[in-house]
Design a protein around this ligand. Structure first.
Ligand code: CA
Length: 439
């Protein structure tokens, strides 16, 4: 599954100078796809590729006379029409061909530099949309550290349920309330009970974030035809950051016996740039369970998955309160974890999801579940970092938090680096909590 080629060469430089900045999230080795339009315009969404602080507009680029061979122009056609999902559905061979083509075109000394320079849009001048319309959204629970920490708050003596090491636990989420980074949402109201004899209906007082990755499906499968582990990676297009906002006081009262519902489905924020599985190839790592744990059942196991099924992605949560913003203080980092510590791989999620014949479709979204690390302080939610609201977090300027306040902006960030490879990042996944609507 790891296919390194010339597009991953850490020595590659782009004629887009900002892409050569060591701190950029979007060097030429990454080339993530997203949908954008010019700020203030009513343009239809266009597909672009992030390069440094710019976007290569693929609608304009595809139209350049004499720039491409017929085959190259044909490959760009679905992208030129602004239809990222149609391109995602084509699968990894088409995706890799376009990646190689764009890598060549954006390299230093490319003969296309002069022509393509006119197809750049500054990211600061663009508004980003959802990468595609998501049909179905499933959220998993792949971090055993998160499952254990949250389980401890409910059941101190028996935190992990017996199915956890056998079943990649998940539930069907709701795609209608997915929204792209930068869009705020109102504090939801719901039934809160706590220890009171009766529930009351009120704004949540325990609003929380969840640090997750989202995998977007490329090619789908026919209903009734499971995807085997050997083919599972072929169905993954790429990853975004995902914040599964959660109302912790609505959740415990509503979740039994059918699982998460209104505590989750009021808003879920995605980062706009899809980092392709190809860009992540240099960061594939061993997938190994702790000694003594049961091996995955055969339909969730493969040698390739053991060798390189996991991905080393550093994940972070940052917070900026309204007060910090007013005082000109930068966001502060609350925690850091790594996706390599997940208990299930993306391939296992695809194989399990389809194992009963369930069909995945292009543009479907699989959330990884909150990614918490093994150490205290690596909780991917405030619920974990504050022990269920019992410990406060001290912020610069003297503020404290247990759960989120109105005006708080939560920013998820992620990056891959190391082993001599060029660092790549995901861009921000940010949103601000707005006050509850008046009843
Ligand atoms: Ca979640």
């Amino acid at each position: 599954m790891t296919r390194l080629d010339t597009t991953h060469d850490p020595a590659l430089r782009s004629w887009v100078e900002s892409a050569n900045d060591p701190a950029t999230d979007f060097p030429i080795q990454s080339l993530p796809f997203g949908r954008f339009r010019l700020a203030g315009s009513l343009q239809a969404w266009r597909v672009g590729v992030a390069i440094g602080d710019q976007i290569l507009d693929l609608t304009q680029a595809a139209e350049l006379a004499g720039a491409w061979t017929d085959a190259e122009r044909e490959r760009l056609a679905p992208l030129a029409h602004g239809d990222l999902k149609a391109f995602m559905a084509l699968g990894p061979i088409a995706r890799r061909a376009v990646r190689a083509q764009l890598s060549q075109a954006l390299r230093e000394d490319s003969p296309l530099q002069t022509a393509l320079a006119g197809c750049l849009v500054a990211q600061s001048q663009a508004v980003m949309g959802m990468p595609c319309d998501v049909g179905d959204y499933t959220d998993f629970y792949t971090s055993i550290h998160h499952a254990t920490a949250v389980g401890k708050l409910f059941r101190p003596d028996n935190p992990l349920l017996p199915n956890y090491k056998y079943v990649p636990i998940g539930y069907h989420g709701r795609s209608s309330s997915l929204q792209v980074s930068g869009i705020g949402f109102h504090r939801p109201q719901g039934q809160l009970k706590g220890d009171a004899p009766e529930p009351r209906f009120a704004p949540t007082a325990r609003l929380d974030h969840e640090l997750e990755l989202g995998a977007l499906i490329g090619a789908g499968n026919e209903q009734g035809e499971p995807i085997a582990m050997a083919n599972a990676e072929q169905h993954l297009f790429g990853l975004v950051l995902l914040n599964d906002w959660t109302a912790r006081d609505i959740q415990p009262w509503e979740y039994q016996p059918l699982g998460p519902f209104l505590s989750k489905n009021f808003a879920t924020t995605l980062s706009p740039w899809v980092v392709t599985m190809d860009a992540l190839a240099p960061f594939r790592v061993h997938f190994q369970r702790p000694a003594g744990d049961p091996a995955p059942l055969p339909y969730l196991d493969s040698a390739a998955n053991r060798e390189q099924g996991a991905i080393a992605i550093t994940l972070e949560v940052w917070l900026q309160t309204a007060g910090m913003r007013e005082r000109g203080e930068a966001a502060v980092r609350l925690m850091q974890s790594n996706f390599r510590d997940a208990y299930w791989t993306l391939a296992q999620l695809v194989a399990h999801h389809t194992s009963n014949g369930c069909n995945l479709r292009p543009g479907d979204l699989l959330g990884t579940g909150t990614q918490s690390g093994p150490e205290p302080g690596q909780g991917g939610s405030l619920h974990e970092l504050t022990q269920g609201g019992k410990q406060t977090i001290a912020l610069p300027g003297g503020e404290t938090r247990t759960y989120l306040q109105d005006g708080d902006t939560v920013i998820l960030r992620a990056f891959c680096e190391g082993d001599g490879h060029r660092r790549i990042g995901f861009g921000d996944c940010a949103a601000t909590v707005l006050p509850a609507r008046a009843p």
